[in-house]
Each structure stands twice: as C-alpha cells, then as structure tokens.
Design a protein around this ligand. Structure first.
Ligand code: SF4
Length: 183
C-alpha cells in the first residue's frame, strides 16, 4: 500500500493539538508506515513539495498570514480537517472578538503592566512585513471548505489516531461524546 501524504499546520493555535498527535506514543512507528509527512512543523518542511491526501489544521485565522496558509492547504490537500476547538470555533484567541482591534493593540503595546519597560517609545508595530490582524478570529470553515472536524482542546491522541486510521483505511469511525476532551 502506498503511503498517504499528510500535511499539518498551526495557525492561531498553541501547538497543543500537534503535541496531542505526538502523544500517540509507540503508534507513531505505525503512523510512519502509513503516512509520509509533507509541509508540517513535525518535519519542518516549510513549503508543499507535492499534492497531499490529508491536511490537518490546528488553530483558526487571526491574521492575513493564517488566511494565506489555510488557502494554500485547501489547494494542496484533497481532504482538510479542522483539528481542535481553535480551528473549529476560534478557541481562546477568539475571546478578542468582543473587543475592537484597536483596543486589543493598545492593551498589548501601550496599556499593559510591563509595556512601560518594554516599549518606552509607545510604538504599536505596523511594519508592512508584519501580517495584518483581521477584525476578528475566524474558524477555518468560514475561510475555506473543511471536510472533517475533530473536536477537543486538544483532541485526544486516541481520537486523532482513530480518525487518521479510519480515513486512511476507509474504515468507519464513531464520535461518542465521551471521547471529547476539553482541558
Ligand atoms: Fe491549543 Fe486547544 Fe487550540 Fe488545540 S484547540 S491549539 S490545544 S488551545
């Protein structure tokens, strides 16, 4: 059986979902038999070098770079999975959705308890090289079509393993509420 090609990305996420994937422990040896990783923080391949079968996305979109990355994943992956609450609903970063962007920037760069020391000139970074902040944090399915959703924060390693095996072998998968984990 030829190996499936898998790519992964962390957008506005904390890498906890990627850590959960590594938590499959010794099954990682089996995973390497089943898949070849392409663009991913797991192997540090920065750009797509071939068309992929599965793309796994952690995190939602909080800036223009996240959106560009997500669109690239949609173009280069046959199946795209939103992995974890940040990808599915925006997660913790989306708490800022209730506050105007200008207020968030002022709090981060001007009004925070340590900003007097770190930013004595009171500069809000605005270099054109920096990704532009979006008006709010968007879940991935509001930017591109998503094929599957794996809930949890992070989704449990067993859930990620079962989902990948089911996807790659054409098997069925059940998602009872008990397998969801949020902590
Ligand atoms: Fe981190 Fe949870 Fe978001 Fe995954 S879903 S990136 S573990 S905060």
């Amino acid at each position: 059986m030829s190996k499936a090609i898998v790519a992964t990305a962390s957008l506005a996420g904390c890498f906890g979902c990627h850590m959960s994937l590594l938590d499959i422990d010794e099954r990682i040896l089996k995973l390497i038999e089943l898949v070849e990783f392409n663009k991913s923080p797991i192997d540090d391949i920065k750009e797509f070098t071939k068309q992929c079968d599965v793309g796994i996305i952690e995190g939602g979109c909080c800036n223009s770079e996240n959106v560009e990355n997500l669109i690239k994943f949609r173009k280069n992956c046959k199946i795209l999975i939103s992995c974890g609450e940040c990808a599915i609903m925006g997660g913790l970063p989306a708490l800022r959705n209730f506050i105007p962007v200008s207020e968030c920037l002022e709090e981060a760069y001007l009004g925070g308890p340590t900003t007097g020391l770190c930013n004595p000139d009171k500069i809000i970074p605005n270099d054109e090289e920096l990704p532009m902040l979006l008006d709010k944090v968007y879940p991935c399915h509001e930017i591109v079509k998503i094929d599957y959703f794996l809930p949890g924060c992070p989704p449990r390693a067993d859930l990620l393993w079962d989902a990948l095996v089911a996807l790659l072998t054409g098997g069925e998968m059940k998602l009872p509420y008990e397998v969801f984990k949020f902590d």
